[in-house]
Design a protein around this ligand. Sequence first.
Ligand SMILES: *[C@@H]1O[C@H](CO)[C@@H](O)[C@H](O)[C@H]1NC(C)=O
Length: 395
Amino acid sequence: MSFNVAVAEKSGALSTTYVSYTPREVLTPTGIMRKSRKKTLYTIAACFVLGFILWTRYAAQFSEIALNSGKSNNKVAEKTASLISTGKPSVSMKYAKFFEGKDITKNGIFPLPERRKMIPQRPANSDIPLRFYKSEPGSNPHDYEYLLNPYDICASEEEVFLLVMIASASWEFERRKLIRDTWASQQAQGQAIKYVFFVGNDNKPKNRIKLKEEFKEFNDLVLQDFDETYRNLTLKTIGQLKWGTHFCPNMRFALHIDDDVFGQVNDIVSYLLGIKASRYLGCSKVFHPIVRREGKWDMSREDYPGEQYPLGCVGWCFAMSRDVMNELYYMALDTPLIHLEDVSTTGILREKIGITGVTKMPGDEKWCQHLGWPKDKPVEQKLFESWQSYSNAQL
Ligand SMILES: *[C@@H]1O[C@H](CO)[C@@H](O)[C@H](O)[C@H]1NC(C)=O
């Protein structure tokens, strides 16, 4: 049997061409039956094949779980479990076992780390004025809203060995891009390292849009709702301590670093791997500054009624263990802050939590190269050059 089938020509809908078409099979009632039986058989066969494929896949995963019931395979385990129970991955599958039973929210991962009861310390020879010991508990709540918050990035790991908290200015888009492509790409020796940028609010709608886009693309940016000013840098540092405490409870160490510093993270990690103490604070550079009443580092007598600041880390780079980070944060809630963020954090708060003296990290400040001064070249250019010579030296 043959039909004439009309085929509209592509070019002109007006003319119609007829071509001869012969169907392969004539559809009689028995033919249709035969066809559908065939279909059923094919379907059953396909199901068997699919079932076999799935079985081999998950059987492999099950035996893997059985073999490695330890923590290393919990990701696979969770993934498999959720696939089996619901047929498709559930939202919680990406979280590591450490976070089982925890409530992962944009306001924190609950329960929050416990605040250890401690009496603020003041060594006999302390440089710190009594003012910093007299304020009401909770007088400094640091409750700035998170406008952007990659709140669950630590939850994908069983342990984050190093949380790198980069203090950046909201408008430094290019610099952050460069940092991501250079030194913040270091992933030392199979340790989980997370890089997070911290910025304040410059109240510019254009920048806000760009920050949102950046956040969507990289999910590594915390935007907190306080004014992005030089004098608010202390808030940024306290904000880092808070964020680490609330959203990264599975970290070993944190590194506070500025965005005009070149960080040799692999070297820092190698060094920190050897530190077993649970309380550790290490500075790239130690200082013991005197109080200035004018200039860039001016300080009012009201804010700091003394002539000498305590010993501390220079603010552009210091490392701390999780315990120290939590304690510094909680102590900050009860302590008046001054606008010098390094003195505030690694001087005053450090002494109050009972860490006497400061440790200098090795590396001759090479592990954290400050590129802000002199201002002979743009920081971006120096960052790039440092990265080039560093990565060439690694080859
Ligand atoms: C710091 O930020 C707060 C909150 O946005 C703002 O009220 C304050 O004026 C800022 N302080 C300075 C010194 O910029």
